[in-house]
Design a protein around this ligand. Structure first.
Ligand code: AMP
Ligand code: MG
Length: 310
């Protein structure tokens, strides 16, 4: 997408006075504020109605900017060089001297950091003297926003400015990786675990059981469109919207396809917009076909299981 410098200037103006704005990223849109400012970070929690104990991800332009806030090891450098900027979040040790607001971490001594790839947000980050704390731009527990109109649907005039960046190209949140000791995935996401494993050349434990709350943010009820969802459905009930992984020859009004040919990347990209569309089309129940549990299909299934606990 073409960069509109006037928009970036406007975004910067708001951020410098501790206002929160929405920013586009390749995963999902974020509600961003100055990560060094208590005032800005408090506003993020309030806007999202997010519980204080669910820490925020901080977005940096590159790892040179991160050095004063966090320490890191060789495994981080390896993965950073291969996948950043991109859909991966690292849990790192926070330095004592770091200026990161205590509201970001809920006074923890670790910090979740990410380097988004979206060109518009990268351009903005490069111009700022501070990193951006930015959780997904949706109301707490609801489906993430993947375009500017999703953000406006959730927040209306409460959000001062939405930096336009088109539809998110990945459409699902980042993969969260803790490399401080034994590598561990804390949340499945837009980067497939097997690709990370290949680079590290070792097996990574996935600690992402959607039905257990073990680390902050692994809440059961999450990503919900506000409509009950049934999974692995072969035969739908009357009045249900039916989500299918690939196009069928015969289509019906209540059929929603995540991908033309069953491509899991395309399906992940369309998942949240499809859930939002079904809600707008006023269906009161959703049935989803079986989604292959491999690659990004694992992330899709993780989100659907959580959403189905509504
Ligand atoms: P969101 O930005 O809304 O997609 O959510 C950010 C996710 O990152 C949440 O699941 C948080 O619990 C998780 N997170 C943020 N900081 C940390 C941390 N220091 N340790 C573990 N998880 C974290
Ligand atoms: Mg979120």
């Amino acid at each position: 997408m073409k960069i509109n410098l006037a928009n970036i200037k406007k975004a910067k103006k708001y951020l410098k006075i501790d206002e929160c704005i929405a920013i586009p990223t390749e995963t999902v849109y974020g509600i961003a504020g100055n990560a060094y400012s208590d005032r800005a970070c408090k506003k993020i929690f309030k806007l999202k109605k997010r519980p204080k104990n669910n820490p925020l991800i901080v977005h940096y332009y590159d790892y040179n900017n991160l050095k004063k806030d966090c320490s890191y090891n060789n495994a981080f450098i390896k993965i950073y060089k291969k996948f950043c900027p991109g859909p991966i979040t690292f849990i790192l040790d926070l330095k004592k001297k770091s200026k990161i607001s205590k509201f970001v971490t809920n006074k923890k001594n670790t910090l979740a950091v990410r380097f988004p790839k979206h060109t518009i947000t990268r351009n903005l980050l490069k111009k700022l003297k501070f990193p951006l704390a930015a959780p997904s731009a949706n109301l707490s527990k609801r489906v993430s926003a993947v375009c500017s109109s999703d953000v406006k649907d959730d927040f209306g005039k409460k959000i001062k400015y939405v930096l336009e960046g088109g539809k998110s190209s990945i459409g699902i949140e980042s993969t969260i990786l803790d490399l401080r000791k034994k590598p561990q995935i804390l949340r499945l996401g837009g980067l497939d675990v097997s690709t990370i494993q290949k680079v590290l050349n070792k097996k990574i434990k996935v600690n992402n059981n959607p039905l257990r709350i073990s680390v902050p943010g692994q809440f059961k009820l999450h990503y919900s469109p506000g409509v009950p969802i049934r999974l692995n459905v072969k035969k739908i009930r009357e009045n249900e919207a039916y989500i299918l992984i690939k196009k069928k020859k015969v289509t019906k009004l209540n059929y929603y396809f995540l991908s033309k040919k069953g491509n899991l990347q395309e399906a992940a990209k369309n998942l949240y917009s499809t859930l939002r569309k079904i809600k707008k089309d006023k269906y009161k129940a959703i049935a989803v076909c079986k989604i292959p549990n491999k690659g990004l299909g694992k992330t899709i299934n993780d989100r659907l299981v959580r959403a189905s606990k509504f």
